[in-house]
Design a protein around this ligand. Structure first.
Ligand SMILES: Nc1nc2c(ncn2[C@@H]2O[C@H](COP(=O)(O)OP(=O)(O)OP(=O)(O)O)[C@@H](O)[C@H]2O)c(=O)[nH]1
Ligand SMILES: [Mg+2]
Length: 254
């Protein structure tokens, strides 16, 4: 068994309640069915935390929440704006139903989804170290949140079976300097945002999209940003790097 699987199993065993921290921009891609199955098998209550909710519209959030609530209690949070963190604290106390001792809460999720930031949001202090570079939290760490809650912060769970570069790009697991195919990743981001909220993409890059494919949109963005090669053609690579950086830095709100 890989060290990730062992780590996850160990945390599930120890914790009274688990948080599955997902990125609200793409909850389905950042849920991990294997981790969920393990939690159910261990009969441990878990809460799905839709983090980074400042980066999505309320409409999309409500839809995701309604859908995911059928699987487990779902709370949306912006650790950045400290929104939803009090609600999360209440939810933890509610699902744990432990009255006579501290509650141990394990935070699990893919790299960079904001596990450490969520913990800081609930504790109200920056006790767990965070970073824009994924793979920041190394090893399992205990964080005391006061008022009967202690957290176990964990390193990101790398997708178990897939090493899909597109997912890693979307998640910010790999930045542009580490991606083999930045153009492919940028096209995925464009596809994704076009489906979720075309208007947001149009406004952000000042382009009008009327049925063009994602490659054409990338070219339009490059041209709008004035990213041109010597002969006046659009420099798609520069445009791709720009799109990925904007996405990974949370500038593009969908
Ligand atoms: N916009 C926005 N950014 C957030 C939010 N929460 C976390 N981030 C950013 O996401 C990045 C990753 O946050 P971390 O808390 O370090 O994520 P993590 O899941 O602990 O990451 P690893 O430990 O590397 O697996 C940082 O740049 C945070 O500032 C949020 O609610 N909104
Ligand atoms: Mg972390």
């Amino acid at each position: 068994m890989t060290s990730y699987k062992l780590m996850v199993k160990g945390v599930i065993k120890k914790a009274d309640v688990l948080l599955e921290v997902v990125d609200a921009r793409f909850p389905d891609e950042t849920r991990n069915s294997e981790v969920e199955r393990n939690m159910v098998r261990a009969k441990k209550p878990f809460i799905i935390v839709l983090n980074k909710c400042d980066l999505v519209s309320n409409e999309k959030l409500e839809k995701s929440k309604a859908r995911l609530s059928k699987i487990a209690p779902t709370v949306f949070v912006s650790s950045k704006d400290k929104n939803g963190t009090t609600m999360l604290r209440h939810k933890i106390l509610e699902v744990a139903s432990i009255k006579d001792r501290d509650i141990l809460v394990g935070a699990l999720g893919y790299p960079n989804t904001g596990k450490s930031s969520v913990i800081n949001g609930v504790t109200g202090r920056n006790k767990a170290s965070t970073s824009a570079i994924s793979g920041h939290t190394r090893g399992v760490q205990l964080v005391n949140a006061g008022s009967r809650i202690r957290f176990i912060d964990t390193p990101g769970v790398i997708p178990f079976d897939e090493h899909d570069e597109y997912v890693q790009g979307l998640l910010g697991v790999k930045d542009t300097t580490h991606l083999k195919d930045p153009i492919g990743v940028a096209l995925k981001i464009i596809e994704k945002t076009c489906t979720e909220n075309k208007k947001a993409l149009e406004t952000f890059y000042n382009v009008t999209i009327e049925g063009q494919d994602s490659y054409d949109v990338l070219e339009m963005i490059g041209s709008q940003c004035n990213f041109l090669k010597k002969k006046g053609e659009v420099d798609e690579m520069r445009a791709a790097v720009r799109v990925i950086n904007d996405w990974q830095q949370g500038k593009l709100v969908i």
